[in-house]
Design a binder for this molecule. Structure first.
Ligand code: GLU
Length: 445
């Protein structure tokens, strides 16, 4: 790392003690942008980097609610409004017991550059709670969402901050959150949340967008190597919204997904994961994927298994942060994996990234490869602003084009800065430059 950046990083560590994930994400970006500072010294003089690493606003609040037995429960809510140089804060809400300030800050920091890469007018933010929706009844989820929104609503607005889903937050939760926002504000402000149901202002393709976008991005990565999905074996970690629609798109584009996973184990289906079965289990029954083997008799379940041990050409981590370690990366490389693209946010550890890049594996970071979700959220905002509703095909074509543009910009930027083929550096530099230029134009804010 460049000496000036080293000093900034040291300061970030001092100011945010114990925030392991946040510090990891900052380090990854700062380690990439040395060449930018050499070319544009103004960014350092104006302390743009110091400012970018400090969220504009952080909100932490109590979320009291009553469970079905009448017992009072207390959770903690967060919204980190990271950067609004390019547009209103934009980013999902995560409901998961692991959620803490460090995780929300790392997600908000990543989101800022991801959103910049989409080329759309959206700033970066993230929020959530340590509430665990798993095993909770619909009524409990509703009461939690209502309490959460009662506090959060005062910080939102279609021109201020526009949340969406993330892990543990899907259409059901967005519906309850929107209902409560509408009630408190007495406004039908469709553009205040994205990922809405189709009956109340949602957009076609938003459900599929992160996974589909990842598929389109990988298609471009393969094309850049003179290849295609045809005949390629893939593994996809996770079995949530991102994973399901990544599997669907890979299969549509001619690839074969032979394995996926959830927090308990791994499913291997050599004939290709059967999507209707997976969707039924995960989207309707909300059950563990172990159930898959009851329906697809030739498939195999490995309780506590490691998905990255399975031989593949393309690996798509779509579960959660730091799920793919240096050791996993070495196993994938040994087994001939050529392409890795992240559907989750920061799923590969720094050691894993290093090993992929050193081995010449085409590695695409989440902030580029999974930007299709938030890009389609921005398309949903456009539709809400114009009170319009676009067709599936029209929106899907736009998504595919956005992913191609992000892909091409990452490669062009990597070329321009002397690191051809390095998507990680390309994405960091390009994302940083877009935010930094806007911040420079807006003055000292
Ligand atoms: N949570 C998603 C992400 O990580 C989507 C955010 C959004 O649509 O605002 O990008």
């Amino acid at each position: 790392m460049d000496e000036k950046l080293e000093a900034v990083f040291w300061n970030v560590q001092q100011r945010n003690p114990g925030e392991v994930e946040f510090i990891q994400s900052v380090k990854e970006v700062l380690a990439s942008i040395g060449p930018v500072l050499a070319k544009y010294p103004k960014f350092a003089e104006q302390k743009i980097i110091e400012r970018i690493c400090e969220p504009e606003r952080q909100i932490i609040f109590r979320v009291p609610w009553q469970d079905d037995r009448g017992e009072v429960q207390i959770n903690r809510g967060y919204r980190v409004q990271f950067n609004s140089a390019l547009g209103p804060y934009k980013g999902g809400l995560r409901f998961h017991p692991s959620v803490n300030l460090s995780i929300i800050k790392f997600l908000g920091f990543e989101q800022t550059f991801k959103n910049a890469l989409t080329g759309m007018p959206i700033g970066g933010g993230k929020g959530g709670s340590d509430f665990d929706p798993k095993g909770r009844s619909d009524d409990e989820v509703m009461r939690f969402c209502q309490s959460f929104m009662t506090e959060l609503s005062r910080h939102l607005g279609e021109y201020t901050d526009v949340p969406a889903g993330d892990i543990g937050v899907g259409k059901r939760e967005i519906g309850y959150l929107f209902g409560q926002y509408k009630r408190i504000s007495n406004r039908y402000e469709s553009g205040v949340l994205t990922g809405k149901g189709l009956s109340f202002g949602g957009a076609l393709v938003r459900t599929e967008a992160t996974g589909y976008g990842l598929g389109y991005f990988v298609r471009e990565m393969l094309a850049a190597r003179g290849e295609s999905f045809e005949g390629k074996t893939c593994v996809v970690s996770g079995a949530g919204n991102v994973a399901i629609y990544a599997i669907e798109k890979v299969e549509q584009l001619g690839g074969r997904v032979v394995a996926c996973s959830d927090s308990c184990g791994v499913i291997i289906d050599e004939q290709g994961i059967d999507l209707p079965t997976l969707k039924q289990i995960k989207e309707v029954d909300r059950a563990p994927i172990e159930k898959y083997t009851e329906i697809r008799k030739k498939s195999q379940y490995q309780r506590g298994g490691n998905l990255w041990n399975i031989k593949c050409d393309v690996a798509l981590p779509c579960a959660t942060q730091n799920e793919l370690t240096g050791r996993d990366a070495s196993t994938l490389i040994r087994n001939g994996c050529q392409v890795v693209a992240e559907g989750a946010n920061m799923p590969t550890t720094p050691e894993g990234i290093k090993r992929f890049i050193d081995a010449g594996v085409a590695y695409a970071p989440g902030k580029a490869a999974n930007a299709g979700g938030v890009a389609t959220s921005a398309l949903e905002m456009q539709q809400n602003a114009s009170r319009d509703a676009w067709s599936f095909e029209f929106t899907d074509r736009k998504l595919a084009q956005i992913m191609k543009d992000i892909h091409d910009r990452c490669l062009e930027t990597a070329d321009e800065f002397g690191v051809p083929g390095n998507y990680a550096l390309g994405a960091n530099i390009e994302g940083f430059m877009r935010v930094a230029e806007a911040m420079q134009s807006l003055g000292l804010i």
